[in-house]
Design a protein around this ligand. Structure first.
Ligand SMILES: Cc1cc2nc3c(=O)[nH]c(=O)nc-3n(C[C@H](O)[C@H](O)[C@H](O)COP(=O)(O)OP(=O)(O)OC[C@H]3O[C@@H](n4cnc5c(N)ncnc54)[C@H](O)[C@@H]3O)c2cc1C
Length: 533
């Protein structure tokens, strides 16, 4: 059976071969001005040390559980750079004691009740693609052990309401299986984070993930119609409504709660008809600033393109979407209802107003899947999907390769971007001696962009984690100082706590703690994530 890597991204049998990884390393090293390192071997499961399990799940509980090395190691970390480094080097000190696989709501309820009574940490695990320390065990605490609750068996679309265009979907379903089950109904959720293949609906809701829509429906929040959440204090079910003004939204309490208040067992999600019209164009700009001005004009024109991703020259080069001397704006529209020429025409006019160069004939509405993904947009998309496998290879080559993301209002953007880039570049230079910081916009709003930065540089052998920590701290401090958010869509987890705690209002934290005490009185759900008790 095809297996996922226990230490890194994706399938064991996918990603670049060792020779390919070395060739990529040599190319990148030449570009970044250093000598490529040797390729570290991948860890062997039988060679890793796992701490002896402190507990087992009682036989009286119906949910199957496992203590195999593969399951425990595979549920130890998420998929951030730190996680890949630790996994690659066989550091599985934080392995959960046991992994449970509930396949019904009843089994999940029983598990949570047992965890609460036995003072055992319950760590919900969707696809395990967290990049903020959201699925790993707490470093210490009063608990007696850790159960990773793998929700992968709660993977079905339970009901479809074609009239309202919504479906009730279980929280553990991975992206591709979710879309496969909606396809026969002619419907789609159309929420495609880069981690789509290995992340789940419940994980998206718990982390407020950002999908491929660059405008309008940016976060999963916009698609949630109602929720069913299992908490140690009982089950909460919210009412399905297209909108409601009845007080603060109960859905919004759980959306983004990162598994600290309860486990999303299923959700009614707003769906869409599958698009049949697509239009895409890539526009080049002499500078990133000119591209940003165009992106702002498009975002403020009320056109709502599905894609409006601005790549700086370095990012465009790395992804094969540009020559490395120009910024590239990828603009796309999609619809199940109408041709898109008018919208695209106006968006390209906005781009030209800011010096954008539009290839002849670009942006025509096409009624098939292929056409809209040709050229720069197609190259960017392929690189986008392969990037996580490539990142594993770069870690094996001893490099630092990580991203961070944020959002800021347009009035602050120019200064913000200059300061964040500068602080990150300086730290990178100081700890690695060379390297590059590139930027793209993943989402744009009428009042500001969501810039996403990629950092790459050569690390000292054995010092990858400390070096990255220094760079990340410099970047995060600049983000906070110049008015951004510590995360636009990657969530808070444990890794962003030092900055999130300063960003959120204190009284709000008090209210959130009170909610946590009401829903999880023994504090067993993800302690240390998002908030302390
Ligand atoms: C290569 C890569 C690309 C990524 N691209 C994107 C992107 O485009 N957009 C984006 O937003 N994020 C992205 N991420 C981050 C990550 O994929 C998201 O945070 C995603 O939403 C996590 O989903 P998951 O199912 O993997 O959750 P997990 O990683 O399993 O869990 C995330 C958090 O949610 C909790 N949780 C999981 N399931 C549930 C549930 N059913 N109920 C309650 N709590 C739960 C966990 O305890 C944990 O704290 C990316 C990550 C990687 C590695």
């Amino acid at each position: 059976m095809r297996r996922r890597r226990f230490w890194g991204w994706g399938w064991e049998d996918a990603g670049p071969t060792d020779d390919h990884a070395r060739a990529i390393g040599a190319l990148l090293a030449a570009r970044l001005g250093h000598v490529a390192g040797a390729l570290a071997p991948v860890p062997a499961l039988d060679a890793i040390d796992l701490p002896p399990p402190r507990l087992t799940v009682p036989r009286t509980l119906a949910a199957p559980s496992s203590q195999t090395a593969y399951d425990r190691a595979g549920h130890t970390y998420g998929k951030s750079f730190r996680d890949i480094v630790r996994g690659l080097h066989g550091d599985f000190r934080r392995a959960p004691d046991v992994v449970a696989f509930p396949s019904t709501e009843g089994e999940l309820v029983d598990l949570l009740v047992w965890c609460a009574g036995a003072q055992v940490v319950a760590s919900p695990y969707g696809g395990g693609s967290s990049v903020v320390g959201g699925v790993e065990a707490p470093a210490s605490g009063a608990h007696r052990g850790v159960v990773s609750i793998d929700l992968g068996r709660l993977d079905r679309v339970l009901e479809v309401d074609r009239t309202s265009r919504a479906a009730r979907i279980q929280g553990g379903v991975l992206g591709p299986a979710l879309e496969d089950q909606l396809r026969p109904h002619g419907l789609t959720l159309r929420h495609f984070p880069q981690s789509f293949e290995f992340s789940t609906l419940g994980g998206w809701i718990a982390t407020r993930s950002g999908g491929h829509y660059a405008t309008l429906y940016t976060h999963i929040d916009d698609f949630v119609e109602g929720l069913r959440v299992v908490t140690p204090s009982g089950v909460v079910e919210t009412r399905r409504l297209p909108g409601s003004g009845a007080g603060p939204s109960p859905d919004r309490l759980f959306i983004g709660s990162e598994g600290t208040l309860g486990i999303v067992v299923d959700a009614w999600m707003r769906l869409q008809d599958r698009p049949t019209f697509r239009a895409a164009a890539s526009v080049t700009f002499e500078t990133f600033a000119a591209g940003a001005a165009a992106a702002r004009a498009i975002a403020q024109a009320g056109l709502y393109p599905s894609n409006c991703r601005l790549l700086d020259p370095g990012e465009a080069f790395t992804s094969g979407a540009g020559s490395g001397t120009e910024a590239v704006l990828l603009v796309a529209f999609e619809s199940a209802d109408h041709p898109l020429d008018a919208w695209m025409g106006r968006a390209l006019e906005c781009a030209r107003d800011h010096g954008g160069r539009v290839p002849d004939g670009a942006g025509r509405t096409i009624a098939t899947d292929e056409g809209a993904r040709d050229g720069a947009a197609g190259a960017w998309r392929r690189t986008f999907l392969d990037a996580p496998y490539l990142r594993d290879a770069l870690v094996r080559l001893g490099m630092i390769s990580e991203t961070f993301e944020t959002a800021v209002t347009w009035d602050r953007f120019a200064e913000f971007h200059a300061e964040v880039t500068n602080a990150t570049q300086k730290a990178l230079q100081s700890v690695c001696g060379s390297g590059q910081v590139t930027c793209r916009f993943t989402h744009v709003y009428p009042d500001g962009p969501a810039p996403y930065y990629t950092v790459m540089g050569p690390a000292r052998p054995g010092a990858q984690l400390e070096q990255w920590a220094e760079i990340k701290t410099a970047a995060a401090e600049a983000i906070l100082r110049f008015g951004g958010t510590i995360t636009h869509h990657h969530a808070v987890g444990r890794d962003h706590r030092p900055w999130y705690d300063r960003q959120r209002p204190d009284l709000f934290a008090t209210a959130l703690r009170a909610a946590k005490r009401a829903l999880d009185p023994h504090g067993v759900l993800n302690p240390g994530v998002l908030i302390d008790p």
